[in-house]
Design a protein around this ligand. Structure first.
Ligand SMILES: Nc1ncnc2c1ncn2[C@@H]1O[C@H](COP(=O)(O)OP(=O)(O)OP(=O)(O)O)[C@@H](O)[C@H]1O
Ligand SMILES: [Mg+2]
Length: 230
Protein backbone atom coordinates (compact mmCIF):
# COMPACT_ATOMS: atom_id res chain seq x y z
CA UNK A 1 0.00 0.00 0.00
CA UNK A 2 2.71 2.45 1.06
CA UNK A 3 6.35 2.18 0.09
CA UNK A 4 8.64 5.03 1.08
CA UNK A 5 12.36 4.92 0.33
CA UNK A 6 15.07 7.29 1.48
CA UNK A 7 12.74 10.18 2.20
CA UNK A 8 14.58 13.35 3.16
CA UNK A 9 13.07 16.70 3.90
CA UNK A 10 14.45 19.95 5.30
CA UNK A 11 12.84 23.24 6.17
CA UNK A 12 14.72 26.37 5.26
CA UNK A 13 14.34 29.31 7.60
CA UNK A 14 16.38 32.31 6.50
CA UNK A 15 19.90 31.07 5.86
CA UNK A 16 19.75 27.93 7.91
CA UNK A 17 18.36 24.60 6.84
CA UNK A 18 16.72 22.26 9.33
CA UNK A 19 16.75 18.58 8.36
CA UNK A 20 13.46 17.08 9.55
CA UNK A 21 13.31 13.73 7.75
CA UNK A 22 16.68 12.10 7.33
CA UNK A 23 16.14 8.96 5.29
CA UNK A 24 12.77 7.42 6.12
CA UNK A 25 12.06 3.92 4.77
CA UNK A 26 8.59 2.59 5.42
CA UNK A 27 6.30 -0.10 4.08
CA UNK A 28 2.69 -0.45 5.09
CA UNK A 29 0.57 -3.33 3.78
CA UNK A 30 -2.98 -2.93 2.54
CA UNK A 31 -5.40 -3.08 5.45
CA UNK A 32 -2.63 -2.72 8.03
CA UNK A 33 -3.03 -0.40 11.02
CA UNK A 34 0.21 1.39 11.87
CA UNK A 35 0.61 3.73 14.84
CA UNK A 36 3.37 6.33 14.61
CA UNK A 37 4.80 7.51 17.91
CA UNK A 38 7.76 9.67 18.84
CA UNK A 39 8.77 12.83 20.61
CA UNK A 40 7.49 16.23 19.63
CA UNK A 41 9.45 17.55 16.68
CA UNK A 42 10.65 14.11 15.53
CA UNK A 43 8.97 14.54 12.13
CA UNK A 44 5.70 12.59 12.47
CA UNK A 45 3.37 15.21 11.01
CA UNK A 46 5.87 16.00 8.28
CA UNK A 47 5.92 12.34 7.27
CA UNK A 48 2.11 12.13 7.27
CA UNK A 49 1.88 15.20 5.05
CA UNK A 50 4.16 13.53 2.53
CA UNK A 51 2.35 10.18 2.64
CA UNK A 52 -0.94 12.00 2.19
CA UNK A 53 0.27 13.89 -0.86
CA UNK A 54 -0.09 17.26 0.90
CA UNK A 55 3.62 17.99 0.67
CA UNK A 56 5.83 17.40 -2.37
CA UNK A 57 8.99 19.18 -1.19
CA UNK A 58 11.06 16.08 -0.38
CA UNK A 59 13.63 13.78 -1.93
CA UNK A 60 13.36 10.01 -2.12
CA UNK A 61 10.38 8.05 -3.40
CA UNK A 62 6.91 7.58 -2.01
CA UNK A 63 4.51 5.16 -3.63
CA UNK A 64 0.96 4.84 -2.41
CA UNK A 65 -1.21 2.18 -4.01
CA UNK A 66 1.53 1.61 -6.60
CA UNK A 67 1.48 5.28 -7.62
CA UNK A 68 4.68 7.33 -7.33
CA UNK A 69 3.26 10.53 -5.82
CA UNK A 70 5.91 12.78 -7.28
CA UNK A 71 5.07 11.67 -10.82
CA UNK A 72 1.61 13.21 -10.48
CA UNK A 73 0.98 16.74 -11.66
CA UNK A 74 -0.66 19.12 -9.17
CA UNK A 75 -4.20 18.55 -10.42
CA UNK A 76 -3.69 14.79 -10.53
CA UNK A 77 -2.26 14.84 -7.04
CA UNK A 78 -5.20 16.74 -5.58
CA UNK A 79 -7.62 14.47 -7.44
CA UNK A 80 -5.78 11.45 -6.07
CA UNK A 81 -5.83 12.90 -2.56
CA UNK A 82 -9.53 13.56 -2.71
CA UNK A 83 -10.36 10.13 -4.13
CA UNK A 84 -7.99 7.81 -2.30
CA UNK A 85 -6.97 9.33 1.01
CA UNK A 86 -9.00 10.30 4.05
CA UNK A 87 -7.61 12.71 6.63
CA UNK A 88 -8.58 13.05 10.28
CA UNK A 89 -6.83 15.64 12.43
CA UNK A 90 -6.80 16.61 16.08
CA UNK A 91 -8.69 19.79 15.31
CA UNK A 92 -11.80 18.71 13.49
CA UNK A 93 -11.87 21.27 10.65
CA UNK A 94 -15.63 21.23 10.37
CA UNK A 95 -17.60 24.03 8.74
CA UNK A 96 -20.19 25.43 11.08
CA UNK A 97 -22.29 27.25 8.50
CA UNK A 98 -23.28 23.85 7.10
CA UNK A 99 -25.27 20.97 8.53
CA UNK A 100 -23.48 17.80 9.61
CA UNK A 101 -24.87 16.09 6.50
CA UNK A 102 -23.30 18.71 4.23
CA UNK A 103 -20.00 18.52 6.12
CA UNK A 104 -19.83 14.79 5.38
CA UNK A 105 -20.67 15.42 1.72
CA UNK A 106 -18.04 18.16 1.37
CA UNK A 107 -15.59 15.93 -0.57
CA UNK A 108 -18.24 15.59 -3.30
CA UNK A 109 -17.71 19.29 -4.09
CA UNK A 110 -14.14 18.67 -5.17
CA UNK A 111 -14.86 16.04 -7.78
CA UNK A 112 -14.25 17.19 -11.32
CA UNK A 113 -16.40 16.25 -14.23
CA UNK A 114 -20.15 15.93 -14.46
CA UNK A 115 -22.05 17.09 -11.40
CA UNK A 116 -22.80 14.45 -8.84
CA UNK A 117 -26.26 13.14 -8.29
CA UNK A 118 -27.49 15.19 -5.34
CA UNK A 119 -29.77 12.48 -4.03
CA UNK A 120 -26.95 9.93 -4.10
CA UNK A 121 -24.60 12.35 -2.34
CA UNK A 122 -27.18 12.97 0.37
CA UNK A 123 -27.83 9.26 0.78
CA UNK A 124 -24.11 8.51 1.07
CA UNK A 125 -23.69 11.24 3.70
CA UNK A 126 -26.61 9.90 5.73
CA UNK A 127 -25.35 6.33 5.47
CA UNK A 128 -21.99 7.45 6.87
CA UNK A 129 -23.58 9.47 9.69
CA UNK A 130 -25.47 6.31 10.64
CA UNK A 131 -22.32 4.20 10.48
CA UNK A 132 -20.47 6.50 12.88
CA UNK A 133 -23.50 6.60 15.19
CA UNK A 134 -24.76 10.17 14.76
CA UNK A 135 -27.61 9.72 12.26
CA UNK A 136 -29.86 11.96 14.32
CA UNK A 137 -27.46 14.88 13.91
CA UNK A 138 -27.81 15.15 10.12
CA UNK A 139 -29.45 18.60 10.24
CA UNK A 140 -27.54 19.92 13.25
CA UNK A 141 -24.58 22.32 13.08
CA UNK A 142 -21.19 20.85 14.08
CA UNK A 143 -20.83 23.37 16.95
CA UNK A 144 -23.79 21.73 18.70
CA UNK A 145 -21.98 18.36 18.86
CA UNK A 146 -19.82 16.95 21.64
CA UNK A 147 -16.09 16.47 21.01
CA UNK A 148 -16.48 12.75 20.31
CA UNK A 149 -19.42 13.40 17.99
CA UNK A 150 -17.38 16.00 16.10
CA UNK A 151 -14.58 13.54 15.58
CA UNK A 152 -17.11 10.94 14.38
CA UNK A 153 -18.35 13.52 11.94
CA UNK A 154 -14.81 14.19 10.73
CA UNK A 155 -14.28 10.44 10.29
CA UNK A 156 -17.52 10.11 8.32
CA UNK A 157 -16.34 12.91 6.03
CA UNK A 158 -12.91 11.29 5.60
CA UNK A 159 -14.65 8.08 4.47
CA UNK A 160 -16.91 9.76 1.94
CA UNK A 161 -15.01 8.58 -1.15
CA UNK A 162 -14.17 5.14 0.30
CA UNK A 163 -10.47 5.95 0.67
CA UNK A 164 -7.91 3.16 0.49
CA UNK A 165 -5.78 4.98 3.07
CA UNK A 166 -6.89 6.85 6.17
CA UNK A 167 -4.33 9.15 7.77
CA UNK A 168 -4.79 10.65 11.21
CA UNK A 169 -2.70 13.15 13.14
CA UNK A 170 -3.53 12.85 16.85
CA UNK A 171 -7.16 12.04 16.00
CA UNK A 172 -8.04 11.52 19.65
CA UNK A 173 -5.82 14.30 20.99
CA UNK A 174 -8.71 16.55 21.97
CA UNK A 175 -10.89 13.84 23.50
CA UNK A 176 -11.16 12.51 27.03
CA UNK A 177 -10.02 8.93 27.44
CA UNK A 178 -13.47 7.28 27.31
CA UNK A 179 -14.44 9.19 24.20
CA UNK A 180 -11.05 8.49 22.65
CA UNK A 181 -11.61 4.76 23.15
CA UNK A 182 -14.98 4.92 21.47
CA UNK A 183 -13.52 6.78 18.52
CA UNK A 184 -10.67 4.26 18.34
CA UNK A 185 -13.14 1.38 18.30
CA UNK A 186 -14.94 3.09 15.45
CA UNK A 187 -11.70 3.49 13.47
CA UNK A 188 -10.88 -0.17 13.96
CA UNK A 189 -14.29 -1.37 12.92
CA UNK A 190 -14.29 0.77 9.80
CA UNK A 191 -10.85 -0.42 8.83
CA UNK A 192 -11.67 -4.06 9.36
CA UNK A 193 -15.01 -3.84 7.54
CA UNK A 194 -13.72 -1.82 4.58
CA UNK A 195 -10.05 -2.97 4.56
CA UNK A 196 -8.90 0.61 4.85
CA UNK A 197 -5.20 1.05 5.60
CA UNK A 198 -4.75 3.19 8.69
CA UNK A 199 -1.74 5.29 9.66
CA UNK A 200 -2.26 7.24 12.87
CA UNK A 201 0.16 9.50 14.68
CA UNK A 202 -0.65 9.28 18.35
CA UNK A 203 0.53 9.87 21.88
CA UNK A 204 -2.31 7.65 23.07
CA UNK A 205 -1.00 4.31 24.35
CA UNK A 206 -4.43 2.69 23.90
CA UNK A 207 -4.27 3.41 20.19
CA UNK A 208 -0.69 2.24 19.95
CA UNK A 209 -1.62 -1.02 21.69
CA UNK A 210 -4.50 -1.62 19.29
CA UNK A 211 -2.29 -1.16 16.21
CA UNK A 212 -0.88 -4.04 14.16
CA UNK A 213 2.48 -2.32 14.35
CA UNK A 214 4.00 0.66 16.14
CA UNK A 215 6.76 2.66 14.51
CA UNK A 216 8.74 5.20 16.46
CA UNK A 217 10.28 8.27 14.90
CA UNK A 218 13.35 9.79 16.44
CA UNK A 219 15.12 12.84 15.00
CA UNK A 220 13.75 12.31 11.51
CA UNK A 221 14.29 8.57 11.12
CA UNK A 222 12.29 5.48 12.00
CA UNK A 223 13.79 3.63 14.92
CA UNK A 224 14.54 -0.02 14.07
CA UNK A 225 11.79 -2.29 15.42
CA UNK A 226 13.87 -3.97 18.14
CA UNK A 227 14.71 -0.58 19.68
CA UNK A 228 11.16 0.85 19.83
CA UNK A 229 10.44 2.16 23.30
CA UNK A 230 14.08 1.72 24.37
N1 LIG B 1 6.61 24.86 8.12
C1 LIG B 1 7.72 24.65 8.84
N2 LIG B 1 8.79 25.47 8.75
C2 LIG B 1 9.91 25.25 9.46
N3 LIG B 1 10.08 24.22 10.31
C3 LIG B 1 9.05 23.36 10.45
C4 LIG B 1 7.82 23.52 9.73
N4 LIG B 1 6.99 22.51 10.07
C5 LIG B 1 7.66 21.76 10.96
N5 LIG B 1 8.90 22.26 11.20
C6 LIG B 1 9.91 21.67 12.08
O1 LIG B 1 10.11 20.33 11.67
C7 LIG B 1 10.32 19.47 12.80
C8 LIG B 1 9.35 18.32 12.74
O2 LIG B 1 8.03 18.82 12.85
P1 LIG B 1 6.76 17.88 12.88
O3 LIG B 1 5.58 18.76 12.89
O4 LIG B 1 6.87 16.88 11.78
O5 LIG B 1 6.96 17.12 14.27
P2 LIG B 1 5.98 16.12 15.05
O6 LIG B 1 6.76 14.87 15.28
O7 LIG B 1 4.70 16.02 14.33
O8 LIG B 1 5.79 16.86 16.46
P3 LIG B 1 4.47 16.97 17.41
O9 LIG B 1 4.42 15.67 18.17
O10 LIG B 1 4.80 18.13 18.30
O11 LIG B 1 3.28 17.20 16.55
C9 LIG B 1 10.19 20.38 14.02
O12 LIG B 1 11.46 20.71 14.45
C10 LIG B 1 9.45 21.58 13.50
O13 LIG B 1 9.82 22.73 14.22
MG1 LIG C 1 2.77 16.63 14.78
Amino acid sequence: MIRARGVHKSYRTGKSELPVLRGVDLEVATGEFVAVVGRSGSGKSTLLGILGGLDTGYTGTVEVGGQDLRKLKDAQLSGYRNASIGFVFQAFHLLDYMSCRDNVALPALFVRGPGQDRAATRARAEELLARVGIAEKADARPSTLSGGQRQRLAIARALFHRPALLIGDEPTGNLDSNTAEEVLALFLKLCRDDKVTLVLVTHDTTIARAADRVIEMRDGVIVPAQEVGA
